[in-house]
Structures are given as structure tokens and as C-alpha cells.
Design a protein around this ligand. Structure first.
Ligand code: F6P
Ligand code: MN
Length: 441
């Protein structure tokens, strides 16, 4: 593509992309194989011998995948028919066409990191759907649930905070409401520290009291455009003619604690009347270990509703009502688990692009969304976010992400270089975060 920098790739030895392809991805695959092993008796109980045979088949497909990766074999087409198989295989051909090497084959270490990492998760899904009757099995379900259970105390603290806030919300003046909005945005930002793919699928739950840590974490917000979000939504609120709609779309990332923080924010948007509808976008297949599927979304709300805590269960009951009333709408679309950068959305998924154009504001949660927004490319730190979006402007949008990949744009001159000099791993550990807005000011 003309005018855009090269993709991050495992070919850059020593880079975070390289280390991910070399170490983290095989580690995740090993964990997936282990998970299947551990469920053998469950498969037997449910499906008899057929279940055990299916488990063996899935494991052998995944072991083959791990071997392909570790020996840097060519990336091969998908074989099992699924809604996105043809799009994937076309994309594989496209990637191959970009290669000038002698054998012209995409390889794990040589190809763009975003592409091979997405491909790995798609191949895990393929191994599962090729293994009926266990083709429904979510290999990451256990870790997502564990993350939720281990974050119980923080979840209770958040639900209590929200419910107390709601009881006084009518009495708050503009500034107080704005402060509360900013707090809940920050909670949702730091909730993104809890993804499970950075830790190779190891438990990474929230154990500290986030609400009271916000002030200490503020210095780690490198780009903070929250004022723009406030102006945008309060303007919508002031100018709207009743009974019109203000809709905020949240492109979700991880289930477990992060999802709770997103739902708390979504609840506040309705309670404060900053929005009248919230639309959530999740993944159609298990993805990057902890990403939210419809099952995770429903499961989590059910858990919150049945919690043995007054404010937590109140939250769950309210959330269920929002869904019933259509104030909260969950959507999924296969585009979110394709390898394409978001600037390709108008061509690859025009229906989704048209849907997003209806939003007053779109919040993109998490690191992977940021990588896809910016094409996962080696942009200079000071390149404007608008430019890195490369034509993707469906509606005003904001990336809310803790940094877990070597990519960041829109920094002040010298800011990235300074961080680089003092703390070389600043952009891969999740310690720093951003609210980066693109849209009318
Ligand atoms: O859940 P998030 O915030 O999208 O993070 C996932 C990130 O973690 C990593 O898997 C770590 O390798 C990145 O590849 C990816 O961008
Ligand atoms: Mn994720």
C-alpha cells in the first residue's frame, strides 16, 4: 500500500512481534492442548467414545499447527467450510502476492504479525470445528471465567460505586457529572490491563481497588482526549430533539473484569443520559484468549445478577433489563475476527461500516483494536491518529487502550523518544494507556 509504513513483523528479530511469534503464541497453543486433555472425561461423559476420538483429533490438529509455527512452515489455506473461510483464503493469497521471496510463501516469522497472530486463533477454531461432536467447545472459556471469579472484590467495589453514584446522579452539577464520567472511562481503560493473551493465558485478574488508584495512574495516560468525548456527548444531549437517540457503540475487547468495567461505563452513559442506547460488538469465535463472545457476555451478566451481593446483583438485574428494553444491543460480525486492518472495512464488510456510521461515538477497546485501527504499522510516534487511521472514519471514535504492542501514534514531539530512552519496554507491558479521539472537535 502506497504511503503507509511497513507492518510490524516477526522478521524483526528481538522485537515484541518476534518474541510473540516465537514464545507467546506457542505457549498459548500448548495451553489449549492441555485444556483439551483436561476435558477428556467431560467429553466422554457427554458423547462417549466419539467425544474422546474428537478430543484426540483436535489435539493432533493443534499439535500439527504448533509444529508448523515453530518450524516456520508456509501458511496454508483453511479447509473447513465456515462463514469466513473464503475471505480468509483470499486474504492468504493477497499476503502471498506481496512476497518477492524465491518460494513466494507467507511464513510465520516473515509475514505481518497481525496477520499471523489472527491466523493462529482462526486455525485453533478450525481444529475445533473439524472435531465434532466437540465442535462447540471454547478452549478459552475456563480462563475467562477464572478471570471473572478472581476479580470478585474489585467487581463488587465497582458495582457499589456505580449504584451509589446513580442514587445521587440527579443532584450532580455539570462538573461533578463530568468528573464521574472521566472516572468510569479511566476504570474501563485500566480494565484493559487484564487481557489473557499478553500473559500467555496465565491468570491476570484485577485484585486492587481500581476506583481508589485512579489518581496514581493518571501520569501513565499518554494521550488523554476525554474532554472531546464529554463535549461531543453533552452537545448531542443539548441539541437533540426529543425523542431522538444518542447512541454510543463499544467495540468490546476482553471478557471478565474488563467487560465489567465496560458495562459499568455503559450503565453510567444511560443513567446520566449522555446516551440513550449502547451497542456492543463482540467476537463470533474465541479470540486472543480473553475476547468477549456472546456466550461470555450473557454468562457474565447472569453471574453478576446472581451474585450474593446487593449492589452487584442490582447491576446484573438492571443490565438484563437494558437488554430486554433494547437500550443495550449486542451485535457480532465476522469482520472482527478477520485479519484485515480497519481501513479495509468499507470494502470487506460494507454492511458493518454502514452500521458504524450511525453511531454518535464509537469506543474501541483494547490493544488489538488499536493495532487494527492503525494497521499495525511502524508509524512514527508523532504521526496524527487521523492519518494512521488511513481513511477509516465511520463516525467520531476513540481508542481506549493500554499499550501492549510496539505501536503508538499521535504523541507530542519527543514524547515517544524520551520514553524509549528511559524505559524501553514502555509500550508492551500495559503500564501506559491512551484515550485517543478522532472526529470533529
Ligand atoms: O486484549 P488486548 O488489549 O487487545 O490485547 C491483546 C494484545 O496482547 C497481545 O496478544 C500480546 O501479544 C498482543 O498481541 C495483543 O495486541
Ligand atoms: Mn483481547
Amino acid at each position: 500500500m502506497a504511503g503507509v509504513p511497513a507492518s510490524l513483523s516477526g522478521r524483526d528479530v528481538g522485537s515484541f512481534a518476534y518474541l510473540t511469534v516465537k514464545d507467546r503464541i506457542p505457549q498459548i497453543l500448548t495451553k489449549v492442548i492441555d485444556t483439551l486433555h483436561r476435558h477428556k472425561s467431560e467429553f466422554f461423559a457427554k458423547h462417549g467414545e466419539e467425544g474422546v476420538e474428537a478430543e484426540k483429533k483436535a489435539i493432533s490438529l493443534l499439535s500439527k499447527l504448533r509444529n508448523e509455527l515453530q518450524t516456520d512452515k508456509p501458511i496454508i489455506p483453511l479447509v473447513e467450510k465456515f462463514v469466513d473461510t473464503d475471505i480468509w483464503n483470499q486474504y492468504l493469497e493477497y499476503q502471498q502476492s506481496l512476497i518477492n521471496e524465491s518460494d513466494g510463501k507467507s511464513r510465520w516469522f516473515y509475514s505481518p504479525w497481525l496477520f499471523v497472530e489472527c491466523y493462529m486463533y482462526r486455525r485453533i477454531h478450525e481444529a475445533i470445528i473439524q472435531s465434532p461432536p466437540i465442535n462447540y467447545f471454547d478452549v478459552f472459556k475456563e480462563s475467562k471465567e477464572q478471570n471473572f471469579y478472581e476479580s470478585q472484590e474489585s467487581i463488587i467495589a465497582l458495582c457499589t460505586h456505580l449504584q451509589q453514584l446513580i442514587t445521587t446522579i440527579e443532584d450532580l452539577d455539570e462538573n461533578q457529572l463530568k468528573d464521574e464520567f472521566f472516572k468510569l472511562l479511566q476504570i474501563s481503560l485500566w480494565g484493559n490491563k487484564c487481557d489473557l493473551s499478553l500473559s500467555g493465558g496465565e491468570s491476570h485478574s484485577q485484585k486492587t481497588d481500581v476506583v481508589n488508584s485512579l489518581e496514581d495512574l493518571k501520569p501513565f495516560i499518554l494521550v488523554n482526549d476525554v474532554e472531546h468525548l464529554w463535549s461531543l456527548l453533552t452537545n448531542c444531549k443539548k441539541t437533540r430533539e426529543k425523542p431522538s437517540v444518542i447512541s454510543v457503540y463499544i467495540v468490546l475487547d476482553n471478557s471478565g473484569f474488563e467487560l465489567v468495567t465496560d458495562l459499568i461505563l455503559a450503565n453510567f452513559l444511560l443513567s446520566s443520559k449522555l446516551a440513550t442506547e449502547v451497542h456492543f460488538y463482540g467476537k463470533m469465535i474465541p479470540w486472543f484468549v480473553s475476547d468477549t463472545t456472546i456466550h461470555d457476555f450473557n454468562w457474565l451478566i447472569e453471574q453478576v445478577k446472581h451474585a450474593n451481593h446487593k449492589w452487584m446483583s442490582k447491576c446484573g438485574a438492571d443490565w438484563e433489563d437494558y437488554i430486554k428494553m433494547g437500550k443495550w444491543v449486542y451485535h457480532d460480525h465476522i469482520f472482527w475476527t478477520l485479519p484485515h486492518e480497519y481501513c479495509a472495512m468499507p470494502q470487506v464488510a460494507p454492511d458493518l461500516y454502514a452500521e458504524l456510521q450511525k453511531a454518535h461515538l464509537i469506543l474501541f477497546k483494547g490493544d488489538l483494536n488499536y493495532r487494527k485501527l492503525t494497521g499495525d504499522r511502524k508509524w512514527e510516534f508523532s504521526v496524527p491518529f487521523h492519518q494512521a487511521l488511513n481513511g477509516f472514519h465511520p463516525a467520531p471514535l476513540c481508542a481506549i487502550r493500554t499499550l501492549k504492542a510496539e505501536i503508538q501514534v499521535g504523541l507530542q514531539p519527543g514524547q515517544g523518544e524520551q520514553l524509549m530512552a528511559s524505559e524501553p519496554s514502555w509500550w508492551t507491558t500495559g503500564k501506559y494507556g491512551i484515550f485517543q479521539y478522532d472526529g470533529p472537535l
